[in-house]
Design a protein around this ligand. Structure first.
Ligand code: XIL
Length: 316
Protein backbone atom coordinates (compact mmCIF):
# COMPACT_ATOMS: atom_id res chain seq x y z
CA UNK A 1 0.00 0.00 0.00
CA UNK A 2 0.98 3.64 -0.12
CA UNK A 3 2.41 5.94 -2.71
CA UNK A 4 4.49 5.10 -5.74
CA UNK A 5 7.74 5.84 -3.89
CA UNK A 6 6.66 3.99 -0.74
CA UNK A 7 5.65 0.90 -2.69
CA UNK A 8 8.90 0.91 -4.66
CA UNK A 9 10.89 1.14 -1.42
CA UNK A 10 8.90 -1.71 0.03
CA UNK A 11 10.20 -3.80 -2.90
CA UNK A 12 13.78 -3.04 -1.82
CA UNK A 13 14.42 -0.07 -4.10
CA UNK A 14 15.69 3.27 -2.83
CA UNK A 15 13.52 5.86 -4.57
CA UNK A 16 11.03 6.74 -7.28
CA UNK A 17 11.74 10.39 -7.99
CA UNK A 18 11.03 13.20 -10.42
CA UNK A 19 12.81 16.19 -11.82
CA UNK A 20 11.71 19.54 -10.41
CA UNK A 21 12.79 23.17 -10.12
CA UNK A 22 11.29 26.45 -8.93
CA UNK A 23 8.94 26.69 -11.90
CA UNK A 24 7.25 23.38 -11.08
CA UNK A 25 7.64 23.56 -7.29
CA UNK A 26 5.63 26.78 -7.44
CA UNK A 27 2.62 24.96 -8.89
CA UNK A 28 0.67 23.83 -5.82
CA UNK A 29 -0.96 20.81 -7.47
CA UNK A 30 2.41 19.65 -8.79
CA UNK A 31 4.15 20.09 -5.43
CA UNK A 32 1.37 18.13 -3.73
CA UNK A 33 1.95 15.12 -6.01
CA UNK A 34 5.72 15.38 -5.55
CA UNK A 35 5.22 15.28 -1.80
CA UNK A 36 2.79 12.36 -1.84
CA UNK A 37 4.20 10.08 -4.53
CA UNK A 38 7.87 10.83 -5.14
CA UNK A 39 10.85 10.32 -2.85
CA UNK A 40 13.65 12.01 -4.74
CA UNK A 41 14.17 15.11 -6.87
CA UNK A 42 16.62 15.98 -9.63
CA UNK A 43 17.03 19.64 -10.62
CA UNK A 44 15.64 19.80 -14.17
CA UNK A 45 17.83 22.76 -15.18
CA UNK A 46 19.10 24.68 -12.16
CA UNK A 47 22.36 22.75 -11.65
CA UNK A 48 23.49 22.88 -15.27
CA UNK A 49 26.64 24.81 -16.07
CA UNK A 50 24.87 27.72 -17.80
CA UNK A 51 22.60 28.19 -14.78
CA UNK A 52 25.39 28.01 -12.19
CA UNK A 53 28.44 29.68 -13.76
CA UNK A 54 27.36 31.81 -16.70
CA UNK A 55 30.69 33.64 -16.65
CA UNK A 56 33.99 32.35 -15.34
CA UNK A 57 34.13 32.22 -11.55
CA UNK A 58 30.75 33.90 -11.07
CA UNK A 59 28.41 31.40 -9.48
CA UNK A 60 24.68 31.82 -9.01
CA UNK A 61 23.13 29.17 -6.79
CA UNK A 62 19.69 30.74 -6.37
CA UNK A 63 17.71 28.20 -8.40
CA UNK A 64 19.73 25.21 -7.24
CA UNK A 65 19.47 26.20 -3.59
CA UNK A 66 15.69 26.56 -3.91
CA UNK A 67 15.45 22.97 -5.13
CA UNK A 68 17.85 21.63 -2.48
CA UNK A 69 16.13 23.49 0.34
CA UNK A 70 12.72 22.21 -0.80
CA UNK A 71 14.06 18.66 -0.91
CA UNK A 72 15.68 18.86 2.52
CA UNK A 73 12.60 20.38 4.16
CA UNK A 74 10.32 17.78 2.56
CA UNK A 75 12.57 14.79 3.25
CA UNK A 76 13.33 14.03 -0.40
CA UNK A 77 16.59 12.60 -1.72
CA UNK A 78 18.57 14.73 -4.18
CA UNK A 79 20.35 13.75 -7.38
CA UNK A 80 22.86 16.36 -8.56
CA UNK A 81 22.56 16.93 -12.33
CA UNK A 82 24.98 17.59 -14.00
CA UNK A 83 28.62 18.66 -13.63
CA UNK A 84 30.09 18.15 -17.13
CA UNK A 85 27.80 18.22 -20.20
CA UNK A 86 28.29 19.63 -23.69
CA UNK A 87 24.74 21.03 -23.69
CA UNK A 88 23.46 24.01 -21.70
CA UNK A 89 27.14 24.90 -21.51
CA UNK A 90 28.07 28.60 -21.63
CA UNK A 91 30.02 29.86 -24.62
CA UNK A 92 32.95 30.95 -22.49
CA UNK A 93 33.60 27.26 -21.69
CA UNK A 94 33.04 25.86 -25.18
CA UNK A 95 35.52 28.34 -26.64
CA UNK A 96 38.42 27.29 -24.39
CA UNK A 97 41.13 25.65 -26.49
CA UNK A 98 44.07 24.96 -24.21
CA UNK A 99 44.46 22.04 -21.85
CA UNK A 100 45.62 23.91 -18.78
CA UNK A 101 42.78 26.43 -18.83
CA UNK A 102 40.10 23.82 -19.45
CA UNK A 103 41.52 21.56 -16.74
CA UNK A 104 41.42 24.26 -14.09
CA UNK A 105 37.99 25.49 -15.24
CA UNK A 106 36.54 21.97 -14.89
CA UNK A 107 38.23 21.45 -11.52
CA UNK A 108 37.03 24.78 -10.18
CA UNK A 109 33.45 24.25 -11.40
CA UNK A 110 33.24 20.77 -9.88
CA UNK A 111 34.90 21.63 -6.58
CA UNK A 112 32.66 24.68 -6.13
CA UNK A 113 29.39 22.97 -7.05
CA UNK A 114 29.90 19.49 -5.60
CA UNK A 115 31.59 21.04 -2.58
CA UNK A 116 28.59 23.27 -1.88
CA UNK A 117 26.19 20.35 -1.72
CA UNK A 118 28.46 17.85 0.00
CA UNK A 119 26.62 16.97 3.19
CA UNK A 120 23.20 17.81 1.75
CA UNK A 121 22.29 14.39 2.74
CA UNK A 122 21.16 11.47 0.69
CA UNK A 123 19.90 9.30 3.51
CA UNK A 124 19.44 5.71 2.52
CA UNK A 125 17.40 3.34 4.62
CA UNK A 126 16.02 -0.12 4.15
CA UNK A 127 12.27 0.38 4.07
CA UNK A 128 11.29 -3.23 3.43
CA UNK A 129 8.43 -4.39 5.67
CA UNK A 130 8.32 -0.89 7.10
CA UNK A 131 11.59 -1.61 8.86
CA UNK A 132 13.25 1.78 9.15
CA UNK A 133 16.88 1.17 9.92
CA UNK A 134 18.68 3.60 12.10
CA UNK A 135 22.15 2.78 10.75
CA UNK A 136 21.83 4.92 7.66
CA UNK A 137 24.30 5.46 4.85
CA UNK A 138 24.57 9.08 3.97
CA UNK A 139 25.66 10.44 0.63
CA UNK A 140 24.79 12.51 -2.42
CA UNK A 141 24.46 11.10 -5.93
CA UNK A 142 25.95 13.13 -8.80
CA UNK A 143 25.73 12.85 -12.56
CA UNK A 144 29.40 13.77 -13.04
CA UNK A 145 29.47 13.45 -16.83
CA UNK A 146 26.39 13.40 -19.07
CA UNK A 147 25.85 12.29 -22.67
CA UNK A 148 29.51 11.85 -23.61
CA UNK A 149 28.95 9.06 -26.19
CA UNK A 150 27.98 8.76 -29.84
CA UNK A 151 25.46 6.08 -30.77
CA UNK A 152 28.30 3.80 -31.97
CA UNK A 153 29.89 3.89 -28.52
CA UNK A 154 32.76 6.23 -29.34
CA UNK A 155 33.38 9.46 -27.47
CA UNK A 156 31.23 12.39 -28.61
CA UNK A 157 33.03 15.41 -30.01
CA UNK A 158 32.82 18.26 -27.47
CA UNK A 159 35.12 20.91 -26.06
CA UNK A 160 35.96 18.41 -23.33
CA UNK A 161 36.97 15.50 -25.59
CA UNK A 162 38.44 17.75 -28.28
CA UNK A 163 40.83 19.54 -25.91
CA UNK A 164 41.52 16.84 -23.31
CA UNK A 165 40.67 13.52 -24.98
CA UNK A 166 39.20 10.80 -22.80
CA UNK A 167 41.23 12.05 -19.83
CA UNK A 168 38.52 14.63 -19.04
CA UNK A 169 36.41 11.79 -17.66
CA UNK A 170 38.95 10.74 -15.04
CA UNK A 171 39.72 14.38 -14.31
CA UNK A 172 36.04 15.12 -13.66
CA UNK A 173 35.49 12.08 -11.43
CA UNK A 174 38.66 12.81 -9.45
CA UNK A 175 37.53 16.40 -8.88
CA UNK A 176 34.08 15.22 -7.76
CA UNK A 177 35.60 12.63 -5.42
CA UNK A 178 37.85 15.31 -3.91
CA UNK A 179 34.92 17.68 -3.41
CA UNK A 180 32.62 15.09 -1.82
CA UNK A 181 34.35 11.96 -0.59
CA UNK A 182 31.15 10.02 0.10
CA UNK A 183 29.10 10.96 -2.97
CA UNK A 184 27.97 8.24 -5.36
CA UNK A 185 29.44 9.35 -8.69
CA UNK A 186 27.57 8.49 -11.89
CA UNK A 187 28.08 8.52 -15.63
CA UNK A 188 24.73 9.18 -17.35
CA UNK A 189 23.50 8.87 -20.95
CA UNK A 190 20.49 8.33 -23.22
CA UNK A 191 19.62 5.56 -25.70
CA UNK A 192 21.04 2.98 -23.30
CA UNK A 193 17.74 1.18 -23.83
CA UNK A 194 18.95 -2.23 -25.00
CA UNK A 195 22.33 -3.97 -24.92
CA UNK A 196 23.49 -1.90 -27.90
CA UNK A 197 26.78 -0.41 -29.17
CA UNK A 198 26.41 2.64 -26.95
CA UNK A 199 26.00 0.44 -23.86
CA UNK A 200 29.06 -1.54 -24.91
CA UNK A 201 31.14 1.60 -25.45
CA UNK A 202 30.09 3.02 -22.10
CA UNK A 203 30.85 -0.22 -20.26
CA UNK A 204 34.29 -0.36 -21.92
CA UNK A 205 35.08 3.19 -20.81
CA UNK A 206 33.93 2.49 -17.25
CA UNK A 207 36.25 -0.54 -17.20
CA UNK A 208 39.20 1.63 -18.33
CA UNK A 209 38.53 4.43 -15.86
CA UNK A 210 37.83 2.05 -12.99
CA UNK A 211 40.76 -0.28 -13.57
CA UNK A 212 42.66 -0.53 -10.32
CA UNK A 213 40.34 1.94 -8.61
CA UNK A 214 36.63 2.72 -8.22
CA UNK A 215 36.12 6.25 -9.45
CA UNK A 216 32.77 5.67 -11.16
CA UNK A 217 30.23 4.28 -8.69
CA UNK A 218 27.17 4.10 -10.88
CA UNK A 219 25.67 4.30 -14.35
CA UNK A 220 22.50 6.22 -15.13
CA UNK A 221 20.32 5.38 -18.09
CA UNK A 222 18.00 8.27 -18.90
CA UNK A 223 15.31 6.19 -20.71
CA UNK A 224 13.54 8.80 -22.78
CA UNK A 225 11.60 6.08 -24.58
CA UNK A 226 9.40 5.82 -27.63
CA UNK A 227 6.16 3.81 -27.54
CA UNK A 228 6.91 0.07 -27.40
CA UNK A 229 10.54 0.95 -26.68
CA UNK A 230 10.86 -0.72 -23.28
CA UNK A 231 11.59 -4.28 -24.40
CA UNK A 232 15.37 -4.00 -24.06
CA UNK A 233 15.38 -2.19 -20.73
CA UNK A 234 16.17 -5.19 -18.55
CA UNK A 235 18.98 -6.39 -20.85
CA UNK A 236 20.46 -2.88 -20.81
CA UNK A 237 20.30 -2.61 -17.02
CA UNK A 238 21.89 -6.05 -16.69
CA UNK A 239 24.73 -5.17 -19.07
CA UNK A 240 25.36 -1.83 -17.34
CA UNK A 241 25.33 -3.42 -13.89
CA UNK A 242 27.99 -5.89 -15.07
CA UNK A 243 30.44 -3.04 -15.64
CA UNK A 244 32.51 -2.59 -12.53
CA UNK A 245 29.99 -0.33 -10.77
CA UNK A 246 28.03 -0.80 -7.58
CA UNK A 247 24.71 0.54 -8.83
CA UNK A 248 22.65 1.60 -11.83
CA UNK A 249 19.59 3.85 -11.99
CA UNK A 250 16.93 4.98 -14.44
CA UNK A 251 17.45 8.72 -14.21
CA UNK A 252 15.04 10.53 -16.58
CA UNK A 253 12.16 8.21 -17.43
CA UNK A 254 9.47 9.31 -19.86
CA UNK A 255 7.71 7.22 -22.52
CA UNK A 256 5.90 8.58 -25.57
CA UNK A 257 2.21 7.81 -25.15
CA UNK A 258 2.80 6.43 -21.63
CA UNK A 259 1.17 3.07 -22.26
CA UNK A 260 0.49 1.01 -19.15
CA UNK A 261 2.37 -1.88 -20.77
CA UNK A 262 5.55 0.12 -21.43
CA UNK A 263 5.63 1.57 -17.91
CA UNK A 264 5.04 -1.87 -16.40
CA UNK A 265 7.91 -3.31 -18.46
CA UNK A 266 10.35 -0.64 -17.24
CA UNK A 267 9.21 -1.00 -13.63
CA UNK A 268 9.68 -4.76 -13.73
CA UNK A 269 13.09 -4.37 -15.38
CA UNK A 270 14.37 -2.31 -12.44
CA UNK A 271 12.76 -4.71 -9.95
CA UNK A 272 14.47 -7.67 -11.67
CA UNK A 273 17.99 -6.17 -11.59
CA UNK A 274 19.20 -5.97 -8.02
CA UNK A 275 21.79 -3.26 -8.83
CA UNK A 276 18.99 -0.95 -10.09
CA UNK A 277 18.55 1.35 -7.11
CA UNK A 278 15.70 3.51 -8.35
CA UNK A 279 13.75 5.31 -11.04
CA UNK A 280 13.42 9.04 -11.62
CA UNK A 281 10.56 10.25 -13.82
CA UNK A 282 11.47 13.29 -15.93
CA UNK A 283 8.58 15.29 -14.50
CA UNK A 284 5.23 14.72 -12.84
CA UNK A 285 2.58 16.00 -15.24
CA UNK A 286 2.46 15.95 -19.04
CA UNK A 287 1.66 19.66 -18.97
CA UNK A 288 5.19 20.47 -17.78
CA UNK A 289 7.10 17.81 -19.76
CA UNK A 290 10.03 18.83 -21.96
CA UNK A 291 8.53 16.41 -24.55
CA UNK A 292 5.49 18.57 -25.11
CA UNK A 293 2.81 16.73 -27.06
CA UNK A 294 4.19 13.28 -26.22
CA UNK A 295 2.08 12.78 -23.06
CA UNK A 296 4.98 10.71 -21.64
CA UNK A 297 4.48 11.00 -17.87
CA UNK A 298 2.42 9.34 -15.12
CA UNK A 299 0.10 12.29 -14.39
CA UNK A 300 -2.15 14.15 -16.81
CA UNK A 301 -2.42 17.87 -17.49
CA UNK A 302 -4.58 18.24 -14.37
CA UNK A 303 -2.10 16.35 -12.15
CA UNK A 304 -4.39 13.32 -12.03
CA UNK A 305 -2.90 9.81 -12.22
CA UNK A 306 -3.06 8.18 -15.66
CA UNK A 307 -3.57 4.51 -16.60
CA UNK A 308 0.22 4.10 -16.60
CA UNK A 309 0.35 5.16 -12.94
CA UNK A 310 -2.34 2.64 -11.99
CA UNK A 311 -0.44 -0.09 -13.85
CA UNK A 312 2.85 0.73 -12.13
CA UNK A 313 1.15 0.67 -8.73
CA UNK A 314 -0.37 -2.70 -9.62
CA UNK A 315 3.11 -4.02 -10.52
CA UNK A 316 4.37 -3.01 -7.07
C1 XIL B 1 15.98 18.99 -20.46
C2 XIL B 1 14.99 19.80 -19.64
O1 XIL B 1 13.92 18.95 -19.28
C3 XIL B 1 14.48 20.99 -20.44
O2 XIL B 1 13.69 21.84 -19.61
C4 XIL B 1 15.65 21.78 -21.02
O3 XIL B 1 15.14 22.80 -21.87
C5 XIL B 1 16.58 20.88 -21.80
O4 XIL B 1 17.03 19.82 -20.95
N1 XIL B 1 18.89 14.85 -21.04
C6 XIL B 1 19.23 15.43 -19.83
C7 XIL B 1 18.34 16.45 -19.23
O5 XIL B 1 20.23 15.02 -19.22
O6 XIL B 1 19.06 17.41 -18.49
C8 XIL B 1 17.48 17.13 -20.27
O7 XIL B 1 16.57 18.00 -19.62
C9 XIL B 1 16.77 16.10 -21.12
C10 XIL B 1 17.76 15.22 -21.85
Amino acid sequence: TGSLDARFKNKGKKFWGSCADSNTLNIAANAAVLKSDFGQVTPENSMKWDALESSRGNFNFAGADTLVNWAVSNGKLIRGHTLVWHSQLPGWVSSINDRNTLTSVIQNHISTVAGRYAGKLYVERDYRNGNRRTNTKIYVKWDVVNEIFEENGSLRSSVFSNVLGESFVTLAFQAARAADGTAKLYINDYNLDSNNAKVQGLVALVKRVNSGTRLIDGIGTQMHLEANGAGGAQAALTALAAAPVSEVAITELDIKGASANDYTTVTKACLAVSACVGITSWGVSDVNSWRSGNTPLLFDNNYKPKAAYTAVIAAL
